[in-house]
Design a protein around this ligand. Structure first.
Ligand code: B1M
Length: 212
């Protein structure tokens, strides 16, 4: 791995936000592509954090400070992931489903959607089906985008789709889902309109859902 990327990777593992910000800036100044910094440095590091947690070497506090360091790096990267002068393809309400507090992946998807000129309503984490419904009724969201990182919270994606049906809104809005444990198969099972494996595919999926 490139030495700068290695420092970003290690900085996230150590939860050293200052180091991550400094090294992301250095990498950008050196002309490295933002997608490489993101994928090879930052997302790879969060994968390693997950592995260390599974092996009992990291506990929740270590995961938390690693996540904070990642968020700081992402803030710096955000403007570099934006496409200029593109007309808005539509409005997306995004949130992590009820019971789930993981927001790095969700923030990344929101960031990439904004970068592609979508109007994004970020509902945050622990979002109830009722809150998603409100975003359709009151904010005119055309896509509901749900993220889940826990197998125990994935059923709340299905619950939200059921709630949209009960509210008579299912035909008025597209539903897109994603998150580490989520699969295309699960999306088909619960009747979601789309699934995306990562943030850049999420942008392509959102575009195609609105074009359909
Ligand atoms: Co948590 N956690 N965590 N955690 N955490 C996982 C998810 C876990 C897999 C770790 C592990 O065991 N290896 C595990 C879940 C196991 C399971 O469900 N089977 C786990 C657990 C168990 C827990 C707790 C229960 C721990 C505890 O308290 N005992 C607890 C739950 C709290 C809760 O939510 N109620 C918990 C807490 C936390 C922290 C708060 C400490 C922290 C989150 C901080 C934050 O988000 N602000 C945290 C973290 C950091 C992780 C890991 C290490 C990293 C997640 C991450 O940010 N990845 C994670 C391990 C792992 O995933 N390897 C883990 C980087 C991010 C960029 O990827 O979110 O997958 P990801 O997003 C990707 C794609 O999935 C996709 O795009 C992104 C990439 O481009 N994507 C979408 C995401 N959403 C999308 C939506 C779309 C489309 C694509 O369309 C709408």
């Amino acid at each position: 791995m490139d030495a700068g990327l290695e420092k970003i990777f290690e900085g996230i593992l150590d939860g050293n936000a200052n180091l991550v910000v400094a090294e992301v800036q250095k990498a950008l100044d050196a002309g490295m592509g933002p997608a490489d910094i993101l994928n090879q440095g930052m997302i790879a590091a969060m994968g390693e954090v997950g592995r260390l947690f599974e092996e009992g070497e990291y506990f929740v506090p270590e995961m938390l400070i690693a996540a904070r360091a990642m968020q700081k790096g992402l803030e710096l990267l955000k403007p570099y992931l934006t496409e200029a002068d593109v007309q808005s393809p539509g409005k997306v309400a995004i949130g992590t489903v009820k019971g789930d507090l993981h927001d790095i992946g969700k923030n990344l998807v929101a960031m990439m959607l904004e970068g592609a000129a979508f109007e994004v309503i970020d509902l945050g984490t622990d979002v109830s089906p009722e809150r998603f419904i409100q975003a359709v009724n009151e904010n005119g969201a055309q896509i509901i985008a749900m993220s889940a990182l826990l197998t125990t919270t994935m059923p709340n994606m299905k619950n939200t789709i059921e709630a949209l049906k009960e509210a008579g809104l299912r035909d008025k809005v597209k539903v897109m889902i994603g998150g580490a444990p989520v699969t295309q198969n699960y999306a088909d099972q619960i009747g979601a309109d789309g699934f995306a494996e990562d943030a850049s595919r999420a942008v392509a999926k959102a575009r195609s859902l609105l074009a359909a």
